[in-house]
Design a protein around this ligand. Structure first.
Ligand code: FE2
Ligand code: FE2
Length: 239
């Protein structure tokens, strides 16, 4: 349903390059979190999988950065910065600022599964939306293969380590993601309100100050002002 919107978003090469760079940052950040998760887990199978996963995320970061760099080089030097619209077409959220050391293996796997599932859905849409740019589309196709593997192994491992409670962990992770989405929305609204308030202050409060400052300036004598001799002896002030 939203394919035409995504086509429009990705159609602009400047925006496309910027989005790829920001996706690369998130992927690299997710990779670092997974290395930390591998250090913390006591489960050898999970440790191995987290390391493989971290290497995949690092590779995704390189793929996105590489394609972003190629696109950036094709643009004229004075292109204007466009909105990335990442709230409409986000990248992988990775661990989304989750505190890895505060999570159990099961809660981490549940969170990762949902995150990877969402990323796989978005990237599949971008493969179609980028039909006019086959090279960028191919990057997303390649990344999508890994995201699908991440989505599947996290669910399989969650079911292995918490066979009775894996659904509970998934619901808790869903609630956590919902809460984070709410916070993101609220901070976006706060950002818009802040911009509106500051703009209004600029146009309503500043003009009277400018008017009085200009009036005061007209009353000031021009040029050098001679200081009377008897006012030149203070050690604590200039006059
Ligand atoms: Fe990724
Ligand atoms: Fe991933």
């Amino acid at each position: 349903m939203f394919l035409p919107l995504h086509r429009w978003i990705w159609h602009n090469p400047e925006r496309c390059a910027r989005k790829l760079f920001s996706f690369a940052e998130t992927e690299a950040d997710g990779g670092r979190d997974l290395v930390r998760a591998a250090e913390l887990t006591q489960d050898p199978t999970l440790r191995r999988l987290f390391i493989v996963h971290a290497a995949d995320e690092d590779r995704h970061a390189q793929l996105f950065r590489g394609r972003g760099t190629v696109l950036r080089r094709t643009l004229p030097a004075n292109t204007s910065a466009l909105f990335q619209l990442n709230w409409v077409s986000p990248g992988e959220r990775g661990l989304d600022d989750l505190r890895v050391h505060g999570e159990t293996d099961a809660s981490l796997l549940a969170f990762l599964h949902l995150s990877e599932k969402a990323a796989a859905g978005h990237f599949a849409t971008y493969v179609d939306a980028l039909k006019d740019d086959p090279l960028t589309s191919q990057v997303f196709r390649e990344v999508l293969k890994d995201e699908t593997f991440h989505m599947n192994y996290t669910l399989a491992q969650l079911t292995r380590i918490a066979p009775q409670r894996h659904r509970t962990f998934l619901w808790k992770a869903r609630a956590g993601r919902l809460w984070k989405a709410y916070l993101r929305l609220m901070s976006a609204i706060a950002g818009v309100m802040g911009t509106v308030m500051l703009t209004l202050q600029y146009f309503i409060l500043l003009p009277p100050f400018a008017f009085f400052a200009k009036r005061a300036e007209r009353r000031e004598p021009r040029g050098w002002i001679e200081i009377p001799q008897d006012r030149g002896h203070s050690l604590t002030s200039q006059y």
